[in-house]
Design a protein around this ligand. Structure first.
Ligand code: DC
Length: 256
């Protein structure tokens, strides 16, 4: 089966004029788990009338597929070719729901088992090649959009009109992830949530498509179309306003 994607056209918010430089307005949002990427991507997409792609959901669906086939790819590279060929042959649709070979896996990709497997799968170079190609096809097919992940502004779409990088303290990220999973606030000590920090380290240390570290971030910050936002103590609405203000300053959008 081949790749396909779900159209998620949204009406343009009234009063917002989106200028379309080149082939379409494209905003990348990168950051670790719990930094507020999905919240920002959803609200920005709605505000600007742009489609949104959660690339983490694609890696999660790929990890689920590997688990379903009983392949243990967590600590070994011997199964890398098997894993990547399996993923090349599957269909992943990310829209309102996430469909893996046509089956709704929206909830199934948000489990502890997938959490534990996904960083290993996402570190396989051939898996990234395949999913990055699908993400670029999505951007072409949707004429831009808001795309969130770890390597969007650096690898998938380094020519994005605005590249947002979100950062937040470990404590806040852990608390947000616990809330997302319906766990009590004091679950920050649980293995499940603590695992998030370890997975972030894997996502930052891998050879390809790594989340930029603090040093790389300081270099990126010098680019005109890069915005680094610390969401540790900023409410979601403030983060959105900061991004919209930057877009106005860059003349990517008119005054709202
Ligand atoms: O954003 P998330 O927690 O749903 O991402 C799931 C995993 O996928 C996480 O380990 C990071 C990885 N990922 C990636 O390597 N590259 C992306 N563009 C998006 C996610």
């Amino acid at each position: 089966m081949t790749w396909s994607e779900t159209s998620r056209l949204r009406p343009k918010a009234s009063g917002t004029t989106v200028k379309v430089p080149g082939d379409g307005l494209l905003i990348s949002i990168d950051g670790p788990a719990g930094s507020g990427k999905s919240t920002l991507a959803t609200s920005l997409g709605k505000r600007l009338g742009l489609d949104v792609l959660d690339t983490g959901a694609m890696y999660r669906a790929a990890a689920l597929l590997v688990i379903q086939h009983g392949i243990d790819a967590t600590y070994t590279s011997t199964s890398d070719e098997k894993v990547s060929s399996l993923i090349r042959g599957c269909s992943i649709e990310v829209g309102g729901e996430v469909l893996l070979d046509g089956i709704d896996v929206t909830s199934a990709i948000r489990t502890q088992e997938v959490d534990m497997a996904v960083s290993g799968i996402a570190a396989i170079p051939d898996v990234r090649l395949e999913l990055v190609a699908r993400q670029r096809s999505w951007i072409d097919a949707h004429n831009g959009g808001v795309v969130e992940g770890r390597d969007i502004g650096t690898v998938v779409a380094p020519d994005a009109d605005l590249k947002v990088f979100l950062v937040a303290s470990d404590e806040v990220r852990i608390a947000r992830r616990a809330a997302e999973r319906g766990m009590p606030a004091d679950s920050s000590l649980s293995g499940v949530v603590q695992g998030l920090i370890g997975r972030d380290r894997m996502d930052s240390a891998r050879q390809v498509g790594a989340l930029p570290d603090a040093v790389r971030m300081r270099t990126l910050e010098r680019e005109d179309n890069v915005l680094i936002v610390d969401s540790t103590s900023a409410p979601a609405a403030t983060v959105l306003d900061t991004v919209v203000a930057k877009m106005k300053e860059m003349r990517l959008i008119d005054a709202v």
